[in-house]
Design a protein around this ligand. Structure first.
Ligand SMILES: NC(=O)c1ccc[n+]([C@@H]2O[C@H](COP(=O)([O-])OP(=O)(O)OC[C@H]3O[C@@H](n4cnc5c(N)ncnc54)[C@H](OP(=O)(O)O)[C@@H]3O)[C@@H](O)[C@H]2O)c1
Length: 292
């Protein structure tokens, strides 16, 4: 007869709290360990698990890992416990079946399902900094907070080299004083929420942005869009992971997800390693760009 498990089931909320607890463990243990022990006391019950980063697996746990929790851990723990890249850059795009992230006029609310919107808030909550391009602020006016989930809103940085975005956008009016811009170093500014970098060939170099992130001591960087910004990080080889959410709609025309240099010879293109997860009506492709 099969032995009955004495493990108890946990709610989605507790599972998410354990992901956030994992982030604290990694921050304390800032080294190249491969085994991480996560433990959290919730309502006088201690929940714990051991994560093996090399195997990308939860090995020991005192609660039931149902399909939801397994998916949640599979998506977030490899990012939190990455030991190779510091900072670790993750991009997310929600695109239509025909590869667009917005209509031609720039409307993108809401291409993806509510489950994916919540996923975006979760990505924000595990990140130390969010980066967005100027067009996303101009056209979406996002708040870039974690208001749908437990967890702290991280620092937000907008790439606005000409410093032309007005202060009234929602991202800049958040009361936590944690919204910043990167502007051209040649522009005079006394604003304390501004960083300055050289503009070379009409853009900041991704390498310079990463040097700045390192100086700020930030570890997980969430590039939230849009297509131009993510494509630049991808092309520079700095993007470690991409969450590409495929949504069951066809637009026909619109703003493309990827704006990379065209490569016409298939033999010069290499395959990425992906996992995929159902997310409401959408499918999330989890692309590990660090693996050949
Ligand atoms: N579906 C989704 O997942 C999703 C997510 C986010 C946004 N969106 C949509 O995507 C659209 C915006 O995307 P987009 O591709 O047009 O633009 P974007 O990536 O939001 O912004 C591009 C702009 O950001 C600045 N920028 C980016 N990288 C830079 C660099 N390395 N150096 C200097 N400046 C840099 C430049 O601004 P300046 O040229 O003005 O200096 C550039 O023109 C919007 O319609 C938005 O609704 C969709």
């Amino acid at each position: 007869m099969k032995k009955k498990s004495n493990k108890s089931s946990i709610t989605k909320k507790i599972a998410w709290s354990l992901v956030l607890a994992a982030k604290k463990v990694k921050n304390l243990q800032n080294d190249d360990s491969t085994i991480f022990l996560v433990s959290k006391n919730i309502n006088n019950i201690i929940y714990k698990f051991e994560y093996n980063q090399e195997k990308k697996k939860v090995l020991k746990n005192n609660f039931i890992l149902d399909s939801y929790i397994t998916q949640l851990f599979n998506i977030f723990l490899p990012i939190i416990f990455n030991t190779k890249h510091n900072p670790y850059l993750i991009g997310h795009l929600a695109q239509t079946l025909d590869g667009y992230i917005a209509t031609e006029s720039g409307e993108s609310k809401y291409i993806s399902s509510q489950d994916n919107i919540k996923h975006i808030h979760m990505l924000r909550a595990i990140s130390d900094v969010i980066i967005v391009g100027a067009n996303t602020v101009r056209l979406d006016n996002p708040k870039l907070t974690t208001r749908l989930v437990e967890g702290k809103s991280p620092m937000r940085i907008t790439l606005d080299k000409k410093n032309i975005l007005k202060d009234g956008y929602d991202v800049f009016t958040n009361k936590d004083n944690n919204s910043f811009k990167i502007i051209d170093e040649k522009i005079k500014s006394k604003n304390s929420n501004i960083f300055q970098l050289p503009v070379i060939n009409n853009a900041f170099q991704e390498e310079d942005i990463i040097t700045l992130i390192n100086k700020l001591n930030k570890r997980i960087v969430f590039i939230e869009g849009g297509g131009t910004t993510i494509s630049r990080f991808y092309e520079s080889g700095k993007l470690d992971r991409l969450h590409l959410c495929i949504c069951p709609i066809i637009l026909g025309k619109g703003r493309s997800s990827f704006l990379t240099k065209k490569e016409s010879k298939l033999e010069n293109i290499f395959e990425h390693s992906i996992a995929h997860y159902k997310m409401g009506e959408d499918v999330l492709c989890d692309v590990d760009l660090t693996r050949p």
